[in-house]
Every structure is written in structure tokens, then in C-alpha cells.
Design a binder for this molecule. Structure first.
Ligand code: UDP
Ligand code: MG
Length: 326
């Protein structure tokens, strides 16, 4: 008799997590295309839509969508951000694997069978890698290139052009669910947990409606800072280095002044030098305190230990009847 595989290695069921924020228009076509793909798979499937506090009918439309696959809609009490939505989805997964896919139609669901194929061959993570960033503006493309260079200098935790569109096996999901931190930078955490990975190249589609939720450079910048702060202490070391350089330069300049006075006698010029020096040092100190402050702020959020998100309602829609739970 064949032994039954341990739950860790079973490869029979799949959940698809869709984080959605104000996607009332896109969510239904995305779910229906997904439904067709999932019905063709020899797996027990479930769709989990996490409504991240949308102000439109996203949650309602998702719960009412006509799908063969059972649907669960988790509605947040307010907008907690995509990272929190993904975390909520991952915590509610009961299946042997999970796929994360955007609600805006940019991620082609027809790649999922390929994900599943490589997963069943033994990979724990199968992820989509953007072939090229042609559709982005020149500024965004180059900023993102520079950014990944900085963050990946110290560690290879973050891979450029690899996003959230991925399949993860049960052990990976368990590992992610076990991470205690509150500042969640998923792109980094996905890689931090490790496991056997398989990349597949793809070109993102056009969005079904609207534009990116991260269009504002300010938002993107804050997200970027979060990535740096939660994965590297490089900025802290850079400011120490800067301190050493500035101190070294002042010792050199001081010796030069002392020598000049000894050789050529006293004169009293140079208030411009004093003012410029003071301003430079003042500026450097403020920047350094600011960087320290960012890290202290992160410790503050971790210590408060608030939940990552608050669920207002969970709706189960298994195709026939619907139950509601608070
Ligand atoms: N999203 C979310 N919460 C947010 C912002 C976005 O759940 O606060 C979802 C959004 O609905 C979409 C996905 O995250 O399904 C990616 O968002 P978007 O397409 O705007 O980002 P981009 O494609 O530019 O990465
Ligand atoms: Mg998108």
C-alpha cells in the first residue's frame, strides 16, 4: 500500500489570492477568467478575494461573481495596503499551495497552469518575472533600476522585475505566516524565506480600468524607503562613514591652518569658511538624525504590536448558497 504523503508535500489543492482596492470594474472579469483556468486544472481550487477597504462595490461584486470555483471574500475595515491584504489572504489559505494575482487584470491567469506544473515537479516557489519594463516611463524605469541596485548591494533578498504574481507551496506559506514583523515588505520577505524557486518570464497586460494605485511618486518613494529600512542597515553604516570622512577632513584642514599660522603668522580672515562649515555639519547631522529616526520609528511600530489588519466581514460563496460570518 502506498503511504499517504505528508500534508507538507501534498500537491492537490490550490487557493488564488486576489488583493483588491477599488477594483469594482476589473474584479469580475478577472475572477471569471481565473475561474475558467482553475476549472481546467486537476486540483481542488478556491478563490480568496481580499477587499482592502475599497470605497466602491469591489467586495459586493466579488461576492456576487458567477464562478464555479468557491469564492471567499475577506473585507477589511479600512484600507491597510496591499502587503496587509496579501498577508490576510495567506493566513486564510487552507490548501497545499497559493497563487497571488492582481485584481487589475495585469497578471495573465493563463500562466497559472505553468506555475502548477513546476510546483508539481517539486519547486516550492514559481514566480513571474517581467520581461521588460517598456510600458513604464523613463523616470520610473531608471529609478527602479537604481533602487534594486541599492537594496541588493548587501543581500540578494530583492529581485528586480519579480513581483507578487507567484505560486507558493504550503511550507513557504507557513514560513511567511510565522514571521512576526508588522512592517511587511512582501517583495523582500518572499525571498527571505528561501526555498526552491523557478522564474517564468512574462509581459504584464494592460490594466482593465483606472491606473496604478502607486502612481504617486511619493507613495512609491515611501514604499521604497520601507524596503530599504526593513532589509538593510546600510544607511546607518553610510552615516557613520560620512562622519569619519568629515572628521578626517576637518583634522586635515585644522592642521593646515595651524601650520599656516605658525609659518606666516596670524591673520583673521575666513568667517565664510566658518559659516559654510557649520551649515554643512548642521545639515549632515540633521540628515543622520532623520535616518536614525526612520529606524526608531520602525522599532516603534513593531513594539506597539498592533494587528496588521482588521477584518470587517468574511463572505463565503460556494456557488449555491452563501453564508455570512462576522
Ligand atoms: N492594492 C491593494 N491595496 C492597496 C493598493 C493596491 O490591495 O492599497 C491591490 C490592487 O487592487 C491590485 C494590486 O494591489 O490588485 C496591485 O495594485 P496596482 O495594480 O495599482 O499596482 P501596480 O500594478 O502598479 O504594481
Ligand atoms: Mg497592477
Amino acid at each position: 500500500m502506498m503511504p499517504k504523503p505528508a500534508p507538507q508535500t501534498r500537491r492537490e489543492s490550490l487557493s488564488v489570492i486576489i488583493p483588491a482596492y477599488n477594483e469594482a470594474q476589473a474584479i469580475v472579469p478577472v475572477m471569471q477568467e481565473l475561474d475558467k483556468v482553475l476549472q481546467a486544472l486537476p486540483l481542488k481550487c478556491r478563490i480568496i478575494v481580499v477587499d482592502d477597504g475599497s470605497r466602491d462595490a469591489t467586495a459586493q461584486n466579488a461576492a456576487d461573481a458567477q464562478c464555479e470555483t468557491p469564492v471567499r471574500v475577506i473585507r477589511f475595515s479600512r484600507n491597510f495596503g496591499k502587503e496587509a491584504a496579501i498577508s490576510a489572504g495567506l493566513s486564510s489559505v487552507e490548501t497545499d499551495a497559493a497563487v497571488i494575482i492582481d485584481a487589475d487584470g495585469q497578471h495573465p491567469p493563463d500562466m497559472i497552469p505553468q506555475f502548477v506544473k513546476h510546483w508539481q515537479e517539486g519547486y516550492d516557489v514559481v514566480y513571474a518575472k517581467r520581461a521588460a519594463r517598456d510600458t513604464d516611463s523613463w523616470l520610473r524605469r531608471n529609478l527602479s533600476r537604481l533602487y534594486y541596485k541599492i537594496v541588493s548591494r548587501e543581500n540578494s533578498f530583492i529581485e528586480s522585475n519579480a513581483g507578487d504574481f507567484r505560486l507558493m507551496s504550503r511550507p513557504v506559506i507557513d514560513a511567511l505566516n510565522s514571521l512576526p514583523e508588522k512592517t511587511r515588505f512582501m517583495k523582500g520577505l518572499f525571498n527571505w524565506v528561501g526555498f526552491k524557486k523557478f522564474p517564468i518570464e512574462y509581459t504584464p497586460r494592460e490594466r482593465i480600468a483606472d491606473e496604478s494605485k502607486y502612481t504617486s511618486l511619493v507613495l512609491l518613494f515611501r514604499f521604497g524607503i520601507l524596503g530599504i529600512m526593513s532589509f538593510t542597515t546600510l544607511p546607518l553604516r553610510l552615516i557613520s562613514l560620512l562622519g569619519v570622512i568629515v572628521a578626517g577632513l576637518s583634522i586635515l584642514y585644522g592642521s593646515y591652518i595651524a601650520l599656516r599660522t605658525l609659518i606666516f603668522g596670524v591673520d583673521v580672515p575666513g568667517w565664510a569658511t566658518v559659516v559654510a562649515g557649520m551649515m554643512l555639519l548642521g545639515g549632515i547631522q540633521l540628515i543622520s538624525i532623520g535616518i536614525l529616526g526612520e529606524y526608531v520609528g520602525q522599532i516603534f511600530t513593531e513594539v506597539k504590536n498592533r494587528p496588521l489588519y482588521i477584518v470587517a466581514e468574511v463572505v463565503e460563496n460556494d456557488g449555491q448558497e452563501r453564508q455570512q460570518a462576522a
